[in-house]
Design a protein around this ligand. Structure first.
Ligand code: J2J
Length: 549
């Protein structure tokens, strides 16, 4: 396994193979097999393009050969920051074929995040779009290079604009010849990619997922979601596809496993997405709660009321808690089934099942994929609570990691000594085994599904000369669930809010992490005796202030 990763103990790995979870397939071989089986079916629609499985496979092959010619090889890390365009699949499958590891960055990430990902993973290449949504990713790549001195290669999906040291994806593909370019075939037990965690402390942690474990979660998810090869699935990727939810729950990989079509939405707005549902005959899609709410409002007497949504069978909602009231509106307003999904890039994914009672679907966040997902709901001492009581969810299983990448100190806290991942989620379990997510024991802000580590934002604020101290907390919000609120003790005269926001943007922080609100205070509340942890401080600040809008 890749250095810096924690393998499953042998007895678990053996068990997971014996039970048929780990089938010894790689993600590259997975696509190749589908490309043969479903050759003429449409695999991807987006950005004005339509590719069959055979076309996607041929492109991935040529791109893999081109990347190999550039010197990218098995085990190399490649930061991939691409919006929802078909090229994203070409690039990640090419990397899988080579055994190189995509490191998934979100399109919203900026210099701070991309520089960190490139340096921390010692990436040999960065793949970006030219421009998207008015933002120039080539400029970002240049800034990252100036800051980090790397990565060696920058590949641009689109036009390089003549920038030195950048290669267009087309040049890569054309330079690749007929392929195959792979020099070493990756092992199914190898790490296939690094996914980003929401993060609780400082900088985001990286999640190493193997071909074997990830493909199990994909196959099992496709089965739970009844994506079979006989009926045509048309899946709308409304969220950025590099996120774990639209990638694997069952996501584009689940859809590819069943020979379905993935339609890429450039944005999650109701006009774009409901328009695509109508024109492309979308059957399944996945969104976060605020997006679901926008769609519901737009259809219920809103601007999208005229849409024919009759093709839509399932709306998956996950990433943050979906309220029971909103959940109950889905069937009547959109005319489709709701499926709640409570998942995490670290592994464990829970689904409500299609045959669950309506009340279960409206009020729970689902139950685990696998009979071998081991679950403990524990109190703050780590002792299991009685059935039905509130506690923190710990889990271990055939597709849940045993450790983050190159993070031994954090791993000692995030995992129990017997390998359970401490999710930081506070849950109750119903007698049927479904979870109700009630809150969080971890230090994280869930801004409508986008995860923010308060630490990270505080560190950036503290770098401002006018900031003496800062505490970043979640602020309840009707639409997003939570927003980011920063309490700041100024050093001397308060800096202007606008100046602080400009400062944070200037540090290259993704927009969703920039505080929605900044409150200046003279001091933080006392938190009792002894050394105060940042966490206790944040709790005290939140309890004392609780902004209400
Ligand atoms: C409450 N909290 C939820 C839900 C995730 C499928 C779906 C989502 C993710 C994801 C994912 C929640 N109700 N329905 O990877 O494959 C919060 C929890 C969890 C954290 C994980 C997937 N669904 N959450 O959201 O890695 O706090 O994965 O631990 O981004 O989101 O975040 P992330």
């Amino acid at each position: 396994m890749l250095a810096g990763c924690t393998p499953w103990p042998t007895e678990f790995a053996d068990l997971y193979r014996e039970r048929g979870y780990w089938q010894g397939e790689t993600l590259g071989a997975f696509l190749r097999e589908r490309a043969h089986r479903f050759a003429e079916r449409t695999a991807v629609v987006g950005a004005g393009q339509r590719w069959t499985y055979a076309e996607l496979d041929a492109r991935a092959d040529r791109t893999a050969a081109g990347l190999a010619r550039m010197g990218i090889t098995a085990g190399d890390r490649v930061v991939v920051q691409l919006p929802n365009r078909p090229e994203v699949f070409e690039v990640v499958f090419a990397l899988f074929l080579l055994g190189a590891l995509p490191v998934y960055a979100l399109p919203a990430h900026r210099r701070a995040e991309i520089s960190y990902l490139c340096s921390f993973t010692e990436a040999t290449a960065l793949v970006v779009a030219d421009t998207d949504g008015g933002f120039d990713y080539r400029e970002l790549a240049e800034q990252v290079r100036a800051e980090t001195g790397g990565p060696e290669h920058v590949v641009v999906a689109g036009d390089t604009g003549g920038r030195p040291g950048m290669t267009s994806l087309e040049q890569v593909r054309e330079g690749g010849g007929a392929g195959p370019g792979a020099t070493a075939v990756p092992e199914p037990g190898d790490v296939a990619f690094l996914q980003l965690s929401g993060g609780t402390t400082g900088l985001p942690k990286l999640i190493p997922r193997t071909h074997d474990d990830y493909l199990y979660s994909v196959r099992a998810s496709a089965e739970i979601c009844e994506l079979d090869t006989g009926t045509a699935t048309v899946y709308l990727a409304a969220l950025p596809v590099v996120h774990n939810f639209p990638m694997s729950s069952p996501g584009f990989l689940g859809v590819f496993s069943a020979g379905g079509t993935v339609v890429l939405a450039p944005d999650p707005g109701p006009a774009t997405c409901l328009g695509l549902v109508e024109t492309e005959g979308v059957t399944h899609t996945a969104v976060v709660p605020p997006v679901a709410m926008l769609w519901l409002d737009a259809v219920e007497g809103g601007a999208q009321a005229h849409r024919d949504l009759s093709s839509l069978r399932v709306l998956q909602v996950g990433g943050a808690k979906f309220s029971a009231e909103a959940a109950r509106r889905v069937g009547p307003v959109l005319g489709c089934m709701l499926q709640q999904v409570f998942g995490m890039a670290e592994g464990l994914v829970n689904y409500t099942r299609y045959d669950d009672p309506e009340e279960t679907v409206a009020t729970t966040q689902g139950r685990p994929i696998s009979p071998d997902d081991e679950i403990r709901v524990v109190d703050s001492d780590g002792t299991e609570v009685p059935p039905g009581a509130l506690g923190e969810l710990h889990t271990r299983g055939p597709y849940t990691i045993r450790g983050y990448y190159r993070a031994p100190e954090h791993n000692a806290v995030a995992f129990t000594s017997d390998g359970f991942y401490r999710t930081g989620d506070l849950v109750r379990r119903t007698p049927s085994g479904h979870f109700v997510v009630e809150g969080r024991a971890k230090d994280q802000i869930n801004r409508g599904g986008e995860k923010v580590a308060p630490d990270e934002v505080e560190d950036h604020l503290l770098a401002h000369p006018g900031v003496h101290d800062a505490a970043v907390v979640a602020m309840p919000d009707r639409f997003l669930g939570e927003r980011v609120c920063a309490y700041v003790i100024p050093r001397g005269e308060s800096p202007a809010r606008a100046e602080l926001l400009r400062f944070l943007r200037g540090r290259g922080l993704a927009a969703y992490k920039i505080p929605d609100r900044i409150e200046f205070v003279a001091e933080f509340p006392a938190t009792g005796v002894g050394k105060v942890s940042r966490r206790e401080l944040r709790e005290a600040v939140r309890a004392a202030h609780v902004p209400t809008d």
